[in-house]
Design a protein around this ligand. Sequence first.
Ligand code: ATP
Ligand code: MG
Length: 566
Amino acid sequence: MKMSKLFVQTLREFPNDAEAISHKLLVRAGFIKKLANGIYTYMPLAQRVLTKISNIVREEMNASGAQELLMPFVQPAEVWQKSGRWQVYGKELLRCKDRHDNDMCLAPTHEEVITSVVSDVVNSYKQLPLNVYQIQSKFRDEIRPRFGLLRGREFIMKDAYSFHTSQEDLEREYEVMAKTYTKIFNRCGLETKAVQSDSGAIGGSVSHEYMVLTDTMVGENDVFYCDSCDYSANSNHAISILPTVVTDGGFSKEEIVDTPNVKTIDDLAKFLNVNPNCILKAVAYIYDSKPALVMIRGDKEIEETKLMNALNALEIRPMEENEVSELLNSSAGFISYRGIDKTKVKVLFDNTAKGMKNFVLGANEKDKHIVGANLEDGIEFVDVSLVKEGEYCPVCKKPLKVTRGIEVGNIFQLGTKYSKPMNACYTDVDGQLKPYIMGCYGIGVSRTMAAAIEKYHDDFGIVWPKEIAPYHVDIVPVNVEDELQARVANELYEKLCALGIEVVIDDRNERAGVKFKDADLIGFPIRITVGKTISEGLVEFKTRADGEMVKVSVDEAIKKCQTLLN
Ligand code: ATP
Ligand code: MG
């Protein structure tokens, strides 16, 4: 490819609407063009990277025995009504009508379509197991599209769906996919960690996310992990063993005390001279338009995904102050579970409330708290608390660490979550009709490209791993008007192309500095400069990753390319 012909426009400056480094670099290096919020054109350089990632995905999925197909992107409401998700999938599902006034939507995922296709074709246990996948654009009207390709509205996903006659067989395939995923990401030059996760809107019970661990701010997930054993989990799923702390407030009797204007846990702890561990905190929420109250130990915070699951809710938000007085007949900062009408308000107790004694509790009245309170018998506890770094690993009891991660893929054991409501069945050995037992397996193809940049970049631009680089080599003749330089550069270009190496020749009549800047920005793994030293038969060979530059002969340069790119 000649640089003068390549359909790319690099920019001098970073775009000012970008926060994430991958977003900044993808735009500045001319990989993507924004059309609307969260919607981008993949320019030729990006398309080459995406094709490489897709091909790796394809090769490994095929090798695992899965088969590729392609499903419709625009879907009728019926399949979604059948699974029950038309009503419950929130605003991320972009709904529209066709000319006949039929409800339609843009596919955010394909469980319902694949389940209906398979149930048409697969009638017998003899046709199972089956694993089918596709690589395709998805549309989700994300509430906060951000970070460029990391959270777009339109994005490319590989989604696979497997069908089984037993849980054991699903578990076998789940393991096959786990191994396949590790291989796929390794081949893309990315190390990933498989962490336990919440199964979210897709449902099912067991699931793992594949995280690229980053120290940049953009990882949207906190991952808790243990160095001593292999426990690791998304914060929305992580559990811990708490350090032993005093949870006895030491008050000898229960009584109401004045706590004027003391609203925060810290202020209250200071005012009453107790540890926050001895305060039972009440946090009020609205879930699916209904009120809920969560009781949790004062030093702990609520993990909202866990809370959503415990409430079986689609949406939650903290209660506003006026709602606290209207719905709970209480006062913000002084809320208690006592005296709340449990037929109207859902009250949950977090596990951390267990074992608390003689504690401090709101009195449901402004400026008043109860001290020396104790829980009544028969209370059920749930886990809705956020783990903190330093709490202990639930497996081996060593301190947990936390890091940020970008989720590039996930695997789920769905069970019969879709097959049952959609009545998607096969006839088993015993002649009985049974719903398929399903798994699903996603990879964010476009997110993987961005995650690679988050991981591999420097002050000058992208540093592509060779496996997914848009081109391998950039040949830079310093002065294209110099006959010898131009001729050698062109010959080198022809030779490398003939060897199947992907090369760009920067034939633009630009200053060398401009060409070097673009080479670094775009991130070619190798740059070969043909300059003045060509009169001595030498070119300059630079590897992007370590910045190393050496003078070598043209033949040696070719050999080095072959070795490095192998
Ligand atoms: P997230 O928690 O990041 O929203 P998800 O749980 O919604 O992800 P899935 O529905 O299982 O993800 O999609 C499979 C994969 O698709 C994810 O692992 C992720 O890599 C990718 N993905 C999901 N949403 C987006 C998005 N808005 N933009 C880019 N990639 C995405
Ligand atoms: Mg999502």
